[in-house]
Design a protein around this ligand. Structure first.
Ligand code: ATP
Ligand code: MG
Length: 261
């Protein structure tokens, strides 16, 4: 088309048509952006709700665990100890000289003592009262030394804190994270060594948990069904911290956590 042939009126109409197209595109674009922003806002709100739901469930869970641990330790534990004393008395008073029966009562006593120890260990695992009694550092050292004894995986623990007043909540959350990490090391890593380092760096605690095993895969780190890892992430988030999980094939798995003091 030759532009000289276009009349003023046609040009005006064309311009109007273009203007309308421009306006409707602009409105569509603005609606798209508004829609996306709304969707993002909703996702953020949902995330916040999920996080507070997780916190709530964790609080309830910790309370339930404390109560179960209390029952295990006090009721069951005390009854077992009483039973052990009675059996021990029977064994020493009546059966000591009867080889046939004393062999049986002796092995019953051993079984009872083992059951008492196991009950205490279960109570300690589900509600680490050792944290309250002795503080974070000794509790973590016991956790790792028991792990080393049970699995044969060498543990190296390094804790350097300038201020020792670790809040109770923080201590319990980090302890739970460590329990989950150690369970994973035992179950999946094929490691021979695991190290835990907690350093105070300015206004943060920096934590590194590293094992020398097969190395966690990216697909496991990003899998939305990795609920153990999700629990660790949520716990760290509940302390306003950040977490980075990484793996090097056949070399190591590292979990780095940074938490504000
Ligand atoms: N230290 C590790 N070394 C190698 N792989 C790991 C390690 N920790 C986790 N993984 C991998 O990441 C996956 C997800 O871990 P996650 O703790 O979420 O689940 P899980 O241990 O399989 O089950 P659970 O829900 O009982 O914890 C594991 O199945 C395992 O394949
Ligand atoms: Mg796990």
């Amino acid at each position: 088309m030759n532009y000289q042939d276009i009349t003023k009126e046609e040009l005006f109409n064309k311009l109007q048509e273009l203007q309308q197209k421009h306006n409707s595109l602009k409105t569509k674009y603005q609606n798209d952006i508004a829609g996306r922003m709304q969707a993002e806002e909703q996702v953020l709100k949902l995330n916040k709700k999920l996080q507070s739901l997780f916190k709530h469930i964790e609080d309830v869970r910790e309370k339930d665990l404390a109560s179960i641990a209390h029952d295990l330790h006090d009721d069951l534990g005390q009854n077992l100890t009483a039973l052990e004393m009675e059996l021990s008395w029977l064994h020493n008073t009546y059966f000591k000289n009867n080889l046939q029966i004393s062999g049986k009562t002796f092995s019953m006593l051993k079984l009872l003592q083992d059951t008492i120890k196991r009950t205490q260990k279960i109570a300690r695992d589900i509600c680490p009262s050792i944290l309250d009694k002795f503080g974070f550092e000794p509790a973590v050292k016991v956790l790792f030394s028991e792990f080393e004894e049970k699995t044969g995986i060498k543990c190296i623990v390094k804790i350097q804190l300038v201020t020792k007043d670790f809040s109770k909540k923080k201590a319990l959350v980090i302890y739970r994270v460590l329990q989950e990490c150690l369970t994973n090391v035992a179950r999946h890593s094929k490691a021979t060594k695991v190290s835990f380092e907690l350093l105070q760096e300015g206004k943060y605690y920096a934590i590194n948990i590293t094992d020398d095993g097969i190395g966690i895969r990216d697909e496991d780190i990003n899998n939305p069904d990795s609920f153990g890892l999700l629990g660790i992430k949520e716990r760290v988030l509940s302390l306003n911290g950040i977490i980075k999980i990484s793996g090097i094939n056949d070399r190591e798995t590292n979990i780095f956590i940074k938490i504000p003091i």
